[in-house]
Design a protein around this ligand. Structure first.
Ligand code: HMG
Ligand code: MG
Length: 308
C-alpha cells in the first residue's frame, strides 16, 4: 500500500488567528500530543513580524521548550517570510545544537506567497514578485544548513478579495518558486473554496509545472495540498487529489485554523481540514498514513482545549 505524508499545521495555522493568547507551554503540549500520532511533520510556528501575528511571537521560546522532546522521525517546520525570519530559525537551531546536541531542531522552513496580488499585499505587504525576491536568498542559505524549503501558494482556487483565481496563475507562481530551487510546493486553498473540479484543474496545472518531479531530492513528495474546510468540500478534494497522484496533505488536529488575512469583516476564515477527516478519507482510499487513531483523538482533545 502506498504511503501518504501528513503534516499537522495546528500549532501554526490553527493558532495564528486566536483572539485569546495561548500560553507557550500549552502550545508545547499540543505539539507533543501531535507528534505522538505518527504524523510525519509538525508545522510548529512562524518567524514572522510579531506586529502582524502577535499570536506566534513566542516561536523561539516554543522551540526551546520542545528541543528535549523532539522524536527523530518527526520533522519540525516553521514559516519564514524573509531573511530575518530565516535568521531567527537558524538561531533556534544553533541554540538547540549547543544546548542539546541536536543537529537540526527545525528541519524545514516554509516561505509563503499567493496567486493573488491583493492577498499577497494584505498578508505580507508585498507584491508576488517582491515575495519571490525575498525568497531568492533564503533558499540557498537554508539548503546550506541542510534545511528543506517548502513554498506555499495561497488562494489557489479563489481569493477573498479578488474572487476566482485561474489555475494558470497558480502554475506561473509555482514555476517561479521551482526556479528558485524550493523542495516542495504547497497549494493553499486558503478560504476553502475548492471543489473536486477546481482542485482537479489547479493540481493538474501544477503537476505540469513540476515536469515529472513527483518527489524531491529527499525522496519526499514535491507537491502538498493544504485545504481549509469552509464548505465541507475538503474530503472530496482530497479524493480528487489522490487520484491525480498527490501524496502529501496538511491538516490540523481538532480542525483548528484559518488565516487572519483570509477573513472578511463578515466571516472569520474557517479551519484547516481536520486531521480525523483527512486520515479517514486517505485510508478509505486505500493508502497508509501511519497515524494512530487513539493518539490522534488525544491530540484532537488537546487542540480543542486550547481555543476560545
Ligand atoms: P513589513 O511591515 O512590510 O516589514 O512586513 P518590514 O520589513 O518593514 O518590518 C517591519 C517590522 O517588522 C520591523 O520591526 C521588522 O524588524 C519586523 P520594527 O523596526 O518596526 O520594530 N520584522 C520581523 N520581525 C520578526 N520576524 C520577521 C520580521 N520581518 C520584519 N521575520 C512581513 C512584512 C512579511 C514581515 C509581515 O507582513 C509579516 O510578518 N507577515 C506575516 C503574515 C503571516 O504570517 N500570515 C499568515 C501565514 S500565511 C497563511 O496562513 C496561509 C497558509 O496557511 C496557506 C493557505 O492557507 O493558503 C500558509
Ligand atoms: Mg492555511
Amino acid at each position: 500500500m502506498q504511503t501518504v505524508r501528513v503534516t499537522d499545521v495546528a500549532p501554526r495555522d490553527g493558532l495564528q488567528a486566536e483572539a485569546v493568547p495561548v500560553p507557550t507551554v500549552h502550545k508545547a503540549a499540543l505539539v507533543r500530543a501531535v507528534q505522538k500520532t505518527g504524523v510525519a511533520e509538525v508545522e510548529v510556528s512562524s518567524f514572522v513580524s510579531p506586529k502582524w501575528i502577535p499570536q506566534l511571537g513566542d516561536a523561539a521560546d516554543l522551540f526551546a521548550l520542545l528541543a528535549p522532546f523532539k522524536p527523530d522521525r518527526v520533522l519540525y517546520a516553521a514559516l519564514v517570510p524573509n531573511e530575518k525570519g530565516l535568521d531567527a530559525a537558524l538561531m533556534v537551531n544553533a541554540a538547540a545544537r549547543s544546548e542539546h546536541g541536536i543537529e537540526r531542531l527545525i528541519d524545514k522552513v516554509s516561505v509563503f506567497t499567493a496567486a493573488s496580488e491583493t492577498f499577497t499585499q494584505k498578508n505580507t505587504n508585498a507584491t508576488i514578485a517582491d515575495t519571490i525576491e525575498r525568497f531568492r536568498p533564503i533558499v540557498p542559505r537554508a539548503h546550506e544548513q541542510g534545511l528543506r524549503v517548502r513554498a506555499y501558494i495561497s488562494c489557489v482556487v479563489a481569493c477573498p478579495y479578488e474572487g476566482d483565481i485561474p489555475p494558470t496563475a497558480v502554475a506561473d507562481v509555482a514555476r517561479q518558486l521551482l526556479e528558485l530551487g524550493v523542495d516542495e510546493i504547497d497549494l493553499g486553498d486558503t478560504i476553502g473554496a475548492g471543489t473536486p473540479e477546481t482542485i482537479d484543474a489547479v493540481v493538474t496545472e501544477v503537476i505540469d509545472a513540476l515536469d515529472g518531479r513527483a518527489v524531491n531530492r529527499f525522496g519526499e513528495p514535491s507537491l502538498t495540498l493544504h485545504l481549509h474546510d469552509t464548505f465541507g468540500h475538503a474530503a472530496a478534494c482530497v479524493r480528487t487529489a489522490l487520484e491525480l497522484g498527490v501524496r502529501s496533505f496538511d491538516a490540523s488536529s481538532g480542525g483548528l485554523g484559518g488565516c487572519p488575512f483570509a477573513s472578511t469583516p463578515e466571516r472569520r476564515a474557517p479551519g484547516n481540514i481536520a486531521m480525523a477527516t483527512l486520515v479517514r478519507t486517505v485510508e478509505d482510499m486505500g493508502f497508509v498514513t501511519g497515524i494512530d487513531r487513539a493518539a490522534m483523538a488525544e491530540a484532537d482533545r488537546v487542540a480543542s482545549g486550547l481555543i476560545a
